[in-house]
Design a protein around this ligand. Structure first.
Ligand code: ADP
Ligand code: ZN
Length: 610
């Protein structure tokens, strides 16, 4: 059963037969055509945009093997498994293979028995590997995660800087570099470092329409998280926390609540960390509680949510981290909690960052401010997010603010009272005490300082504590107040606060709503109706069993989306099944009969006398 595309197969045929997709997505068609013709390309596409196909498909259409440079050794095997399921002859060479295994892959390559070969960059640069490649037929070089050339980025890999050698040694082989990092500086560096001056650049929209953005007021973070998770039973997702300790504690607590959560951070021993990552990738429905050490290349397509318990440091980080949700295109959530403490903590980290230049601190502050703007906006989150990356857009209908537009209120007077309370108490107290004073609470601290005698005492009794917290947080986000870290986080006034205090500037703030995020009920992808739900669950159970038997992740067998489409369409023949997106020739042969059996015995199909 040879499903290798025969020589001369068109890209469209390979797309349909091997990958089981009806059509190209976005720029894929142009990119594939360009590379099939032997052109160099630089592809900038968001996570989940479908980058892999841009090199996998040309590698199949062109003569010889596609060589894929990837820094993510841990994930190579998953790629190879997934391609194997499609009937594509794929292999990898990295440090996890012994000498014998490497030799056999090299032999297969020389014999022309490999379509796609994944290689770690340090391995590729070895003289022996380069010599083997020179004796092989090579369809193309793909340089994945190309932003790793950037010395300024998070993911810098020194070996990437030497990859221009590919251009020197193999001048006629097309090269395609791919990344999900959008900024122009990184793009310039990639072109320079990889000698891609002549390459055609393909920039896709960075919108991720299937991701629902929501940012909630932080009140009782654990309870809010639990509610969020309980609304999504069985979903796999990532919960990001700022510190290692918080990761450990949160994971342990979630387990006590009966959820399946695993911790991941750089302070754990490497073995445990790798084991947890492997379980997250292979098993279904695991919640990974992690620091940002858990990140690049988590190419699990069915991550259904990314939850932030703490604020990231910039919109770039937020976008990158949330982007790990919903790579399969099915609905996914990006959910974040945010409070005054986050503003204070992030500012503090920037101010205290040792050895950093003044410029660095200023840039970091500006980036943080942009993110705070995203948190505080009453408008569409997505519009603001895309605007930050230089893209326009209209309100999306798929963020918390679009779904339930927040009320705004004229907070000019409240802001004036808050600022004046800071001033009258000598700029020496944090928000908690200030709110007590404003609300006229009789506490020990109030009496100790004689604050019940101030004119501001009880001046804000008309507003509740949550509302006041919102006022302070938003004033901090706007830069009207700052925190003195030397003085235990005392709030102080800034120049920006002056016009507000004087009544020259009015302030409209969003009203905080308790648990405002509209619950999205989607145990399954949106296209699965309630009636199909039971069948969808049975298909998933069948898939789990297949995955277990073969020792591969479930999504490698079929994506949720494909199972959802099968549940909705209930195909009655192999031909009908072949029309479902994600069912290629090889998977049809291998799983088709079992699936039709399962559908035939479906109690909802009508034969059941109920
Ligand atoms: P990226 O590497 O850009 O994050 P992937 O290559 O992993 O994205 O693709 C994301 C998902 O989109 C995968 O699940 C893939 O199967 C799916 N996909 C890619 N191209 C198409 C297409 N033309 N039609 C349908 N699904 C596609
Ligand atoms: Zn929106």
């Amino acid at each position: 059963m040879n499903t290798q595309p025969t020589a001369g197969a068109t890209a469209a045929q390979v797309l349909h037969q091997v990958f089981g997709h009806a059509r190209f997505r976005g720029a894929q068609a142009d990119i594939v055509a360009h590379v099939v013709d032997g052109g160099d390309a630089l592809v900038l596409m968001p996570t989940g945009g479908g980058k892999s196909l841009c090199y996998q498909l040309p590698a199949l259409v062109r003569d010889g093997a596609g060589i894929v440079v990837s820094p993510l050794i841990a994930l190579m095997q998953n790629q190879v498994d997934a391609l194997g399921q499609l009937g594509v002859r794929a292999a990898c060479i990295n440090s996890t293979l012994d000498a014998e295994q490497v030799r056999s892959v090299e032999q297969a390559l020389l014999a022309g028995d490999i379509d796609l070969l994944y290689v770690a960059p340090e391995r590729l640069l070895m003289p022996r590997m380069l010599a083997t490649l020179e004796r092989s037929r090579i369809a193309l070089f793909a340089i994945d995660e190309a932003h790793c050339v950037s010395q300024w980025g998070h993911d810098f890999r020194p070996e990437y800087m030497q990859l221009s050698i590919l251009h020197e040694r193999f001048p006629t082989v097309p090269r395609i570099a791919l990344t999900a990092t959008a900024d122009p500086q990184t793009r310039g560096e990639i072109v320079r470092q990889l000698a891609l001056d002549g390459a055609r650049v393909f920039v896709s929209s960075f919108d991720r329409p299937n991701i629902r953005y929501a940012i909630e007021d932080k009140r009782e973070p654990r309870r809010q998280l639990l509610r969020f998770l309980r609304e999504r039973p069985g979903d796999a997702g990532i919960v990001y926390c700022m510190s290692r300790r918080k990761v450990d504690e949160t994971a342990a607590w979630l387990n006590e609540q009966g959820l399946c959560a695993l911790p991941y951070h750089a302070g754990m021993n490497a073995e445990k960390r790798t084991a947890n990552q492997a379980r997250f990738l292979r098993e279904e429905g695991i919640i990974m509680v992690a620091t940002i050490a858990f990140g690049m290349g988590i190419d699990k397509p069915d991550v259904r949510f990314v939850a932030h318990l703490d604020l990231p440091k910039s919109i770039e980080s937020y976008y990158q981290e949330t982007g790990r949700a919903g790579r399969d295109g099915a609905p996914a959530d990006a959910w974040m909690l945010y409070g005054l403490g986050d503003v204070v903590q992030q500012r503090r980290m920037i101010e205290m960052s040792e050895g950093s230049s003044e410029t660095y601190r200023r840039v970091s502050m500006n980036k943080l401010d942009a993110l705070l703007g995203l948190c505080e906006t009453a408008g569409c989150r997505r519009v603001l997010l895309l605007d930050y990356f230089g893209e326009g857009g209209v309100p999306c209908g798929n963020c918390d603010n679009c779904l339930a537009p927040p009320e705004t209120w004229d907070a000019s007077e409240a802001a004036r009272k808050a600022l004046s309370c800071i001033w009258r108490t000598g700029q020496r107290f944090g928000a908690m005490h200030l709110i007590d004073v404003l609300r006229g609470k009789d506490t020990e601290r109030v009496r100790q300082w004689g604050h019940e005698r101030l004119t501001v005492f009880g001046l804000g009794a008309d507003l509740d504590e949550h509302t006041w917290r919102g006022v302070f947080r938003q004033l901090a986000a706007l830069g009207c107040i700052r925190t003195d870290h030397e003085a235990w986080g005392a709030l102080q006034l800034t120049e920006t606060s002056r016009p507000i205090l004087k009544g020259e500037r009015s302030l409209h703030l969003r009203r905080n709503r308790p648990g405002a995020t509209p619950a999205v009920s989607r145990r399954a992808p949106a296209e699965v109706s309630v009636a199909d739900q039971a069948l969808f669950e049975r298909l998933k159970a069948w898939r789990s069993e297949q995955a277990r038997q073969q020792g591969v992740p479930a999504y490698v067998i079929f994506h949720d989306r494909t199972l959802a489409a099968i549940a909705a369409r209930r195909p009655e023949s192999l031909d009908e099944l072949a029309d479902v997106d994600g069912v290629g020739v090889r998977k049809l042969e291998r799983y088709g009969p079992a699936l039709l059996d399962l559908l035939g015995s479906d109690p909802n199909m009508g034969s059941d006398p109920s």
